[in-house]
Design a binder for this molecule. Sequence first.
Ligand code: URP
Ligand code: ZN
Ligand code: ZN
Length: 462
Amino acid sequence: MIIVKGTVVTAEKAALADVRIEEGRVVEVGNGLAPRQAGEEVIDAAGLLVMPGAVDVHTHMDLLVGTARASDSFLTGTVAAACGGTTSIIDHMAFGPAGCNLQHQVDAYHVLADGKAVIDYGFHGVVDRVDEGILDEMEHIAAEGITSFKFYMTYDRRLDDESILRLLARARELGVLLCVHCENHATLTWLRALYVAQGRTDARYHAKSRPASCEAEAIFRVLTLAKAAGEAPVYVVHTSSAAGLAAVAAFDANTPPAFAHLETCPQYLLLDESSYGLPDGEGLKFVMSPPVRRAEDREALWAALADGRVEVVGTDHCPFYFSEKKRLGEADFTACPNGAPGVELRLALMHSEGVVRRGMSLSRLVDVCATTPARRFGVYPQKGTIAPGSDADIVLFDPARRVRVTHGLLHERVDYTPYEGMELVGYPVMTISRGDVIVREGAFVGADGRGRYLRRSLPDLR
Ligand code: URP
Ligand code: ZN
Ligand code: ZN
């Protein structure tokens, strides 16, 4: 296959070029490429952007939380991802039964994903307690290609500071990356109970009970612990606030902590807390942790994305049906499962709002949505770029196409989108995964279960 006349965009540059693909890999990027043999498919990409398939390193397919299960399976969720131009995901595992070892969830996730995912997929391990057994096991799990682990500073299965220190020291020793959900648990639990006792139970109080100071405190604390553990690298997931960014800046006034890696998500860049006040319980659609924040926080995140303090945009895709699950929070927001859909729209939202409206370069778009996530999570240069030797994971993107977002357009298995009604400029028109065209004009045309498990290398943190 050759893709001709498009603008090939990598994290380094955007230039007119052709791409030759053989046996699922890119073999040549150059100008004036012509078919070498009869039957070689020629895809005309004139007027289109030819970008590396996007890499979403923050999804929760089939996530089981309490009694609720995220509604996208690895099949439906990866079909949606592919339709939005994403060709790899790294999924965050749910906690297993109390006391289980790490391998338990690895096995459980292979059952959930193998033979179902339609794009390539990997997993982040999850750690909810630290003892010699877990620290020892991390090495074996890393050898299976799970070279990152997540822990939480809130929720019932959070880690305390001493456990975090031990975990950080071990991760540094092994060269694996720790992802962390940063919120001060005691504060948000206290506030939540206070609001509920006062009868303040609508969705606005979800946000008020999880102020940005909770995120900032936890970020500062995890950096303190990481520094003590020998500058162990930490990857802060879903950074949502100006206060969170300020905590990183305040950590060392002279030298930004190079061991801190920050992710944000489109919801924190595009939405704000006014959504929680929507009538008829609609505010519940935005109940996620951390919550979406003020317009000032959005602006601070865009600035940090522009200057590199935030280096990855993931989605935290974690859908629950509004009609069945989110509405359970109507009498009391604490009964609403946390999380929202987003895996399908990331590239289009970031192009429209970032590139078209805010002047972000196309290369930066590719960098934050594909290249840096691939590097940080050990799949670069197999994924995240278009270069000889890389997997032919490519999205053809029409930068001029105007799309009005509506839930009916999307493939996510859920009954709403937080972005309903948004007018976007630019949309993916074709997705290619390892040389197979799997999406054409918004229709999935690939085979179920064709995705391959990504046995990841150690993270590249430079
Ligand atoms: O509310 C959210 N974000 N749910 C998914 C789990 C998490 O904390 O990332
Ligand atoms: Zn989280
Ligand atoms: Zn998450």
